[in-house]
Design a protein around this ligand. Structure first.
Ligand code: NAP
Ligand code: GLV
Length: 309
């Protein structure tokens, strides 16, 4: 059985092909562009596959995303919708994301950027911030990553709430369901986006939702660039409705050199590194999921593009 691998970056593609070949010696692991017999392909392991690629494998049993998001697969209008998609999430990915969220929430909470600015002019700026239990932090999306991030922030003492379709939240976290969006936005002084990108969540971070937030609230987007209307954020930063933003993801990546975010004093940019899949442990997760499928089982992270996440 053949596993087709597709990634836009040639170096990463070669690495994944070699690594998966070692982990799954019972399969033939081949770059998708070199497949000569498309009928033999049972699995495709992909990141941002070209449009139509997956539809060209008539016996495809599952598509494996090299990452937690499946938006890069669902974006293909030719995707064979009956073929399941497996998300790749492992302990390393969760750990990295909760580190990222804790780092940036603490930084905004303790006004670290203001202290860095003050240092540049030798200013002794003794800021007294509220303690974490008096800081309301909200997580949009309480999935694999959002839940752990919420629990970590709660462990640091923050007053944490989460928003999801169902409203189910871990113990100690206030859960808001999809119908309680306005109340959720109104609550949070620091908002962290960890939603999947779907037609419902695209553009959710916009002038309308910013206006519902407390004046001067901070935003962290570690999900997808298209959750955010970038011009609306620039306008909200201008009025002070949003005081600071930490952005890991963008509509165009890499962020174009002339983009105003690069030089904005109240924007911190990280280059989509909040929680990149660790190729070694991620490869093991992918191999384990393929073995589960081979044995007729259902990996926990199996979903369909019709669900969207
Ligand atoms: P997940 O397990 O699929 O969870 C998604 C969460 O979003 C669930 O809580 C779900 O609600 C909620 N949700 C989905 N649609 C919604 C809607 N329309 N309204 C309200 N809530 C909705 O996702 P995950 O593994 O935590 O990953 C989240 C996203 O993070 C990924 O899709 C990816 O885009 C992004 N990501 C970014 C990086 C990075 O490095 N920047 C790394 C990894 C992932 P229910 O609980 O009710 O189903
Ligand atoms: C990264 O952005 C992922 O979806 O895993």
């Amino acid at each position: 059985m053949t596993i087709a691998v597709s990634l836009p970056n040639a170096e990463k593609l070669a690495w994944w092909v070699a690594h998966l070949g070692t982990l799954l010696p019972e399969h033939e692991v081949t770059p998708a562009a070199e497949i000569s017999r498309p009928d033999d392909v049972r699995y495709a392991v992909v990141w941002q596959p070209p449009t139509g690629l997956l539809a060209s494998f008539p016996n495809l049993k599952a598509t494996i995303s090299i990452g937690a998001g499946i938006d890069h697969i669902a974006a293909d209008p030719d995707y064979p919708t009956d073929v399941p998609v497996i998300k790749t999430i492992g302990p390393d990915m969760t750990q990295r994301m909760l580190e990222y969220v804790a780092l940036h929430v603490l930084s905004l909470h303790r006004q670290l950027p203001d202290l860095q600015t003050a240092q540049k002019t030798g200013k002794w700026l003794q800021i007294v911030t509220p303690t974490a239990p008096n800081r309301k932090v909200g997580i949009l999306g309480l999935g694999h990553l959002g839940r752990q991030a919420a629990v970590t922030l709660k462990g640091l003492g923050f007053d944490v709430a989460g928003w999801s379709r169902s409203g189910n939240a871990p113990d100690g976290i206030e859960g808001y369901d999809a119908s309680q969006l306005d109340a959720f936005f109104a609550r949070n002084e620091i908002l962290v986006c960890l939603l999947p990108l779907t037609p419902e969540t695209r553009g959710l971070l916009c002038a309308t939702t910013f206006a519902k937030m407390p004046k001067g609230a901070c935003l962290i987007n570690a999900a997808r660039g298209a959750h955010l209307i970038e011009d609306d954020l620039l306008a909200a930063l201008e009025t002070g409705q949003i005081s600071r933003a930490t952005l890991d993801v963008f509509n165009t990546e890499p962020l174009p050199q002339d983009h105003p975010f690069w030089t904005h004093p109240n924007v911190l940019i990280t280059p989509h590194i909040a929680s990149l899949i660790d190729p070694v442990s991620g490869g093991e997760v992918i191999a384990a999921n393929i073995r589960t499928l081979d044995a007729g089982g259902t990996p926990e992270a199996l979903t369909h593009v019709s669900r969207g996440y």
